[in-house]
Design a binder for this molecule. Sequence first.
Ligand SMILES: Cc1ncc(COP(=O)(O)O)c(C=O)c1O
Length: 436
Amino acid sequence: MSESALLSARQSLPPIDYSHAEGAWIHTADGDRLLDAASGLVCVNIGHAHPHVVERIARQTRNATFASPGALLPSVQEELATRLTQAVHRPGDGVSLSCSGTSAVELAISYARLIQRSRGWNGRHHILTARLGYHGNSALTLGLSGHRRRRPHPDDALGLAPAFDPPYPGHHPGCPHDQCRASCADSVVEAIEERGAESVAAVLIEPVNGTTGGAYVPPPGYLATLRRACHERGVLVIHDEVLTGLGRTGLPLGADHSADATADIVVISKGLSAGYIPLSAVLVNPAGLAQLRSSTRPLPLMGTMSATPLQAVAGLAVLDVLSEMGALDPTRTRGGDVTAAVRSLEGLPLVKETRGVGYFHAVELEPGTQAAALAAARDEHLLLYPFNGFHPDGTGEGLIVAPPLNSTPSEVAFLAQGLRRSLERVSAHSEDCSNC
Ligand SMILES: Cc1ncc(COP(=O)(O)O)c(C=O)c1O
């Protein structure tokens, strides 16, 4: 058989021949179905083929798919910008639309540098990031990402590297405490001082670690301490909420779990596109927006396929669905049943640790068991997302558990039972085979 011409990522298991997807389910070509317990790549947050979104996209496709916002009145794009600021409870923000998480992170970096220059701080260009984290696949964002297995070749890294240790167990070698705490933001301060604050534009950070380390949540007070320390030094804070934004962690923003942590600039993508159409957004707070508006320098270039009416309509439809399900309510953390299901796995022989919040969790597994666990989960009709190589010594493996935010109680129960059964089966098999 000839090899596929398609160059793309592959998991350890063969890809599934599927016929269609609906809600939380992937239907296979042979008439079976699997629960999409990773929401695709942690993006199909309202499930597949939601009728409201499908209908709005279909209608807009017949009306106009492209309309350059510079030339043709971008009313629907403006409506999305306003609705998005309401959705994440950031009134008065400016919004830039783009078409991937990566491109939006790059835009956020451009905005941070522009804001600093319009403040008169022309030397502030460095962007500081954590040694564990992911910000995108462009040369710039990958150079800044603490993705151990995906670090660019040193010749290709544009001289970039992450700058500080994050406050997670085993990832902050100099930590003076048993467990990281808010004051571990000192490592960010050290990184700023090392470069000289007058050269630092912003700190870019995931408010909850995504798929690199697997859903590490920072200690209470860390994001607030980091924000205060940055602002005291004239450094802006950018939250990369590409994965966490719009309800994934149970609240509208991942940073909503922490008091006094509001970022100057926020990047959102997966939650807004929900896997329907390429779409992302950068939100700039009112102070930054005032700086941008007072600047004589041009705004960053948007790119051809940013801010089309089709994207805007899709984003609006996704926000309708999220709003209706209560995912944009900042007073109620959702996803307690998913959290309970994942936590209940603690103590199983295969499970080293579980972590996460809301609808975003990781099960860290004993070394050498990931492939078997993934296969056993598939036998239980569950699709999960593997992550590995995140510890400083290159070890570490686990599974991301991140079902759609509108999974029903019976779907969450199906997930809980299937996950437990698959992990138990793998450990029973390894015990049986200890002398194999
Ligand atoms: C935290 C974070 N930032 C940025 C990105 C890049 O987004 P995209 O793949 O849409 O370019 C991702 C993608 O997984 C992400 O998880």
